[in-house]
Design a protein around this ligand. Sequence first.
Ligand SMILES: NC(=O)c1ccc[n+]([C@@H]2O[C@H](COP(=O)([O-])OP(=O)(O)OC[C@H]3O[C@@H](n4cnc5c(N)ncnc54)[C@H](O)[C@@H]3O)[C@@H](O)[C@H]2O)c1
Length: 338
Amino acid sequence: FQLGARPNLSHRSSKITSKNTQTTTSLDAYNVDLKGKVAFIAGVADSTGYGWAIAKQLADAGATIIVGTWPPVLKIFQMGLRKGDFEDDSVLTNGGKMEIEKIYPLDAVFDKPEDVPESILTNKRYAGLDGYTISEVAAQVEADYGKIDILVHSLANGPEVTKPLLETSRSGYLAASSASAYSYVSLLQNFAPIMNPGGSALSLTYIASERVIPGYGGGMSSAKSQLESDTRTLAYEAGRKYGIRVNTVSAGPLKSRAASAIGGKGKKKTFIEYAIDYSRANAPMDQDLYSEDVGNAGLYLCSPMARAVTGVTMYVDNGLNCMGMALDAKSMEGSTEE
Ligand SMILES: NC(=O)c1ccc[n+]([C@@H]2O[C@H](COP(=O)([O-])OP(=O)(O)OC[C@H]3O[C@@H](n4cnc5c(N)ncnc54)[C@H](O)[C@@H]3O)[C@@H](O)[C@H]2O)c1
C-alpha cells in the first residue's frame, strides 16, 4: 500500500480452527470497522500534528470524532475549519471528509473548576469560555454521547523546553509534568468511567524519555518518562477496573506546530529540523516519517485488532530507537563499502 494510505486490513478467510483462535468470532474481526464508536481526541488545533492524523484514521474506519482543543488556540482552529483550511487534510479513503462532530474547549492542566486561577479566569484568551477543565469536559461528553470508546491524549507543553535540564526551574519542570504527563492520568480518571469495556486509550511519547536528546529540555524528557511508566500502571489499573486498554506510541520527529515551537533561535537549524534530519540519516528505514504512519499505528492500537495489547510503548519512528551508533557520525567515515 502507498505511504499515507490506510492499509487494507480486511481478511475474510476464517478457516483457522486451532485452539488459539476464538470459536465465537471469525477472522472477519480483521476488518477495522469503528462505526458507532466515539473517539475523543485531546490536543487537536490544526492538521499538522499527530492528534489530527490519528483522528483521521479513526474517522476513516467509521468512528465518530470529537476533539478537545486548548482554549488559547480554539478560535483560530474554528476559524480555519470554517474557512476550509483543513479540507485537503480531511479527505478519507472513500472520498468523503472527516467530520469533527464537536469541539470542546479543554485545558488539560486543570482537573476541576476550583483549580482555575484568577489569572486564567481573567485572561482574554479564555474570555467567554467555561467548562474547560478535564472533569467538566468529561461530564459534557457524557451528557452529549453517553459512553465513548476511544480516548487519545495528543498534547504536551513545557514552558522551559528550550532550557537544558540543568537550568530548568522547579516550576518549569512541574509545569511540563502537569501538562504532558499528569494530564493523561487525569484524563483517564475522568474518562475511563464513561468508556465502554473493550475501549482503548492512547498517548504520544518521545524517545527522549529513555535516551538523551539534546535540545529537548525543560523537564519534557522527564515528563515523557512519566508518561511511559504511567502507561503501564494505568493499563493495569484501568484494565482491571474498567476493561479498557492503555498504550502509548513513541513517535519519531514530525514538524508539527508544537515541535516547531521548541525552536532553536539563532542557530542554523531548529530542534525539529535537526531531529528530522538526524532520523533520516541514521534510522534503519531510510524514508520520511509521515503523521499518517502514527495515525495508522493509532488506528491499530485503538481497534479490536489490538484487543490483547495493553501497557505498551510502541515505536513508530522508522526504527531509530534501536540504533546504538550514528551512521552519519564523522568517526564512522570509511566504515562502509564505497
Ligand atoms: N512532533 C513530534 O516530533 C513528536 C514526536 C514524538 C511525540 N510527540 C507528541 O505528540 C503529541 C502531539 O504533539 P504534536 O507534535 O503532534 O503537536 P500538536 O501541536 O499537533 O499537538 C499538541 C497540542 O497540545 C495542545 N496543548 C498544549 N497544552 C495544552 C493544554 N494545557 N491543554 C490542552 N491542550 C494543550 C496544543 O494546543 C496542541 O494542539 C505530544 O504529546 C507530543 O509530545 C510529538
